[in-house]
Ligand binder design. Structure first.
Ligand SMILES: Nc1nc2c(c(=O)[nH]1)N[C@H]1C(S)=C(S)[C@@H](COP(=O)(O)O)O[C@H]1N2
Ligand SMILES: [Mo]
Length: 563
């Protein structure tokens, strides 16, 4: 395959363009093939997911914050799309070079393959088989590249007239069998390197026969379509093999200790966040590019580290334990003032404190590190998990098994702490250690090791416009595990006036509030603040989300029009 003798032939810009098309189509083929192989080795072994995972784990905190600020819960889709665009650009470059020498194609593809293999093999939970999708991608991309480069119309490479008779490297008719390498008249070196005779472009003027051009594009299009079919088929098969079907067969045990009944005055107006957030509306934040698929039958939780007795609990063991049911409002530390990375659900699970008591934390074990099957970790103060609050190893969310993306089969939920220090999804390990000895996932990325939720309040309605008259201003306020004592509203920087609280089942959830506002035409500014049960007023000082949660008063500008 050494084409070096022909590199003196000037390659016209047009040829490079064909090569770029071939390169992109080849990369697509590689990824499609990889998705098929990943059906067997698991979706997290697919190169895009593996490389994306490495990127997620290594981006500077500021970039991650910007991504969440920009794309919100779609940050993962944006990352995958970005990765694909970068790969497409690189593949186009490799393809453009490959028309000079196939060595570029081989080298470029191998380089990408190595990146994929390295990424897959170093993901938490990986085994040797995780190299296979990337290796298959290399084989697929090389085969597609080899095939497509041979199809590049000869005219475009300014081959000597002898080659250009039909304006194409492929004799008419020989292309009639699609999908077969038909460029028999053109030895690979001819089309790839510009023609065996050399002498460069002085033959027929290098215009490409439009028919040949169409044929090439059609072939490349077919290759991309085939790749897409393989990719989608792979994804589809992976989903069929996902745990959603297993999840559908899980029956939750009834609670031994049920959640309190809901107060009757909830959900006072339509535009306020509902007191209980539906599972499908519940925000989702995690680093998992491919949602971990954990079969409860093979799930286990190991409690170890600085404990008197190491414990391993299976799904069956867990289900035998008395279940507690509680409403707990979970919040993300990345939630901006006024943001919606917060939700309230009814969780069913086993008290974490009971499990810790059984294991017996040793002196100095001030941190409980929870580890997910995908290697993510969070660190929770041991004393918080033992202080009597309803920290749960949860299996149910609003009466259903945990949705897969919310941690099926088992996650942790701790009232009063941000999710990044407590709410481990797909949990499989609990290690007693100390804060001095171990930094959990987000800590070296610039976030605080401790993450108590800060008191906040939010205006849900109106957000922009209102009609003059009595307008019900409404929203939510939270101070988990402390409780909200008071919510106040200020109009146009006037005096603070108390809002009506609509009740909550415990201090571990948010509460809804309403405030009747006599709105007059014009532009107005509404602000809200909460006071917690200790009497502490929510701070006006504005702080960004990093390192330990945003503060400040939520403010909305409302344009009031005459009725
Ligand atoms: N395994 C795992 N668990 C995780 C995370 C993660 O990235 N991986 N993110 C945490 C963060 S930052 C938050 S805010 C909550 C969000 O839980 P939810 O997606 O169910 O709302 O999950 C926590 N648990
Ligand atoms: Mo979070």
């Amino acid at each position: 395959m050494a084409m070096t003798t022909e590199t003196s032939v000037p390659v016209r810009a047009g040829t490079a363009r064909w090569g770029a098309v071939a390169g992109v189509a080849s990369a697509a083929t590689g990824l499609g093939v990889a998705e098929l192989v990943a059906v067997l080795t698991g979706p997290r072994s697919a190169p895009v997911v593996a490389v994306g995972g490495v990127v997620v784990d290594h981006v500077p905190a500021a970039v991650k914050d910007a991504a969440i600020a920009l794309f919100g819960v779609h940050d993962k889709t944006a990352l995958i799309a970005g990765t694909m665009l970068l790969l497409a650009a690189a593949a186009a470059g490799v393809g453009a070079l490959a028309v000079r020498s196939l060595a570029y194609a081989v080298g470029g593809t191998a380089a990408f393959g190595l990146i994929g293999v390295a990424a897959a093999l170093t993901r938490p939970g990986a085994n040797a088989a995780w190299a296979l999708p990337s290796l298959a991608a290399v084989a697929g991309a090389l085969a597609a590249g080899w095939f497509l480069l041979r199809q590049i119309p000869a005219g475009s490479t300014a081959t000597p007239g002898s080659m250009a008779t039909p304006g194409s490297t492929a004799a008419p008719g020989s292309t009639a069998a699609p999908g077969i390498a038909t460029a028999t008249t053109a030895a690979p070196d001819a089309s790839v390197a510009g023609g065996p005779a050399g002498g460069g472009g002085r033959g027929a003027p290098g215009r490409v026969d439009p028919e040949a051009r169409r044929r090439f594009l059609r072939t490349a299009g077919l290759v991309v379509a085939g790749a897409a079919v393989a990719g989608y088929a792979g994804r589809w098969l992976s989903t069929r093999l996902s745990v959603s079907e297993v999840r559908a067969t899980v029956t939750l045990p009834p609670p031994a200790d049920a959640a309190p009944a809901l107060p009757s005055r909830l959900d006072p107006v339509p535009d306020v966040a509902t007191y209980v957030t539906k599972n499908e509306d519940f925000y989702r934040i995690d680093t998992a590019l491919s949602v971990p698929q954990v079969d409860p039958e093979s799930w286990s939780l190991r409690i170890h580290g600085r404990v008197e007795r190491e414990l391993t609990i299976t799904w069956a063991d867990l289900l035998k334990r008395p279940m507690v049911e509680r409403y707990v409002t979970l919040a993300c530390v990345s939630n901006e003032v006024g943001g919606d990375l917060i939700g309230n659900a009814r969780w069913l699970g086993v008290p974490v404190r009971d499990l810790l008591e059984e294991a017996g934390p040793l002196a100095g074990a001030d941190q409980v590190v929870s580890r997910s099957v995908d290697g993510w970790t969070c660190g929770t103060p041991t004393e918080v998990l033992r202080d009597g609050r309803d920290a749960l190893l949860a299996i149910g969310m609003n009466g259903e098994p945990l949705p897969v993306e919310h941690g099926f089969p088992v996650r942790m939920v701790v009232p009063g702490l941000y999710g990044y220090v407590s709410a481990c999804k797909w949990i499989t390990e609990i290690e007693l250690t100390s804060f001095a000895d171990f930094d959990a996932y987000w800590v070296p990325r610039g976030w605080s090791a401790r993450g108590p939720i800060k008191t906040q309040s939010r205006i849900d309605t109106p957000r922009r416009k209102a009609t003059a008259g009595t307008v019900t201003v409404a929203g939510v306020a939270w101070a988990q595990h402390v409780g909200v004592a008071k919510v106040e509203v200020s109009v146009d920087d006037g005096p603070w006036a108390a809002a009506t609280l609509h009740g909550s089942v415990s201090d571990d959830t948010w509460c809804q509030w309403t405030f009747p506002w006599a709105a007059t035409p014009g532009e107005h500014r509404l602000r809200v603040r909460a006071t917690d049960a200790t009497g502490a007023v929510q701070t006006e000082a504005e702080a960004p989300v990093a390192p330990d949660g945003a503060t400040g008063w939520h403010t909305v500008k409302v344009e009031v029009t005459a009725p």
